[in-house]
Design a protein around this ligand. Sequence first.
Ligand code: SF4
Length: 328
Amino acid sequence: MITYPSFYPQFRCIAGDCPDTCCRGWDVELDEETYYSYLVAKGPFGERLRGSMAEEDGCFFFPLTDRGRCPFLNAQDLCDIYTELGPERLCRTCREYPRSFAGAGRYEQADLSLSCPEAGRLFFDPATDVSFVTDPDGGTGEFAGRSPADETSLNALLAERDRLLAEPFGEADAARLAEDLQANLPELRTEMQAFRLLDERWTAVRAETDAWQSRRNGSVAADAAAFFAETPEALLWFARLRDYFLFRYAIDGFYEEDRDQNPLRSAKRLTSHSLQILLLMCLTRREHRVSAGEPFARSDMEELARLYSREAEHADENLQILKKTVSP
Ligand code: SF4
């Protein structure tokens, strides 16, 4: 059985037309099968592969160049491994990205990371169907070995998650989100500062949100109300974002939570926290747009969600910082 957002099968990488690249900012982790196949690759390209690989604590990877890029990302932002050896010889990380998989026992889920611009474009397009579908016969079986300790608890957690996903996100939820952001501004700032830097653009995000807070004296309500009032699509964006985070974090919670007490506690807190950071980023960007006499656009939302996702979702230590902050 597999559950995924309806638009998941629509995704196609746009490669050379991509306004960003997924081959920068994070080391490319190599699965064992790929690592051993590269060890015996022939010719000068095989030599290049072997000269670019490293191992740490039993994990194999391509360390980034001094410019923070994958060593196989060429000047045209295309992949030399893809060109030289073909797509089937890419490592699992590169074959799957931006697809993300999780599961327990017979249950599997898949979605697309918002760190990819094309996934973000589809996700925020109002014409895209982002509702979740379940294929009872689908799935790879790869999580069968990770059997849930208690299938009844897993089913209860998934039922509760689906109930929350079915709840609408309206003006009252947006107002509550602004109140939570107001209350948590100091800790959000500490958290954003503490993230290990994966993308140099995060430095600018931190500096801009800090400057915005100083100018606003930490007062959020009026700006948040104006943002949602002026930006007709914003409620839809935040509704979708809420579902995106909840879907991702709920299954994590199955393994980390006291399931019998409150199965989704951590997922709900992480979701709210992520939405607060994104709202803070939106309010900061909105101020720039207002001074330039321009509206806050969907492309702004796509870019901010991309930057947040790149920073928070692709480094385990950053995700742990978020989890630590929201733990009771
Ligand atoms: S970020 Fe997305 S669209 Fe861009 S190259 Fe990577 S997978 Fe393709």
